[in-house]
Design a protein around this ligand. Structure first.
Ligand SMILES: [Zn+2]
Length: 85
């Protein structure tokens, strides 16, 4: 039956596949990640105003945390939108 397929260890679909090398642009270059640097921050915010996830942007955890902090700071100061169009 349908269920048997999933119980068979040989047929278990492996998740993932080839891993992409992480290339954090902030680790490579010394960019000043700051709430005043809107041009830089807006690259990590999509058209709807949401912060792009680490899986897509490829940043490291440390810098992703920093980005989200700075984006939120910029939003509070009305430099970036909370909600896009
Ligand atoms: Zn980094």
């Amino acid at each position: 039956m349908f269920n048997k397929k999933f119980n068979d260890p040989k047929k278990v679909i492996k998740r993932g596949g080839p891993r992409f090398k992480k290339d954090c642009s902030f680790c490579k270059n010394t960019l000043d990640l700051d709430y005043k640097n809107i041009d830089l921050l807006s690259r990590y915010v999509n058209s709807r105003g949401r912060i792009i996830s680490r899986r897509i942007s490829g940043n490291c955890a440390k810098h992703q945390r920093k980005i989200s902090q700075e984006v939120k700071r910029a939003r509070f100061l009305n430099l970036l939108p909370f909600v896009g169009k």
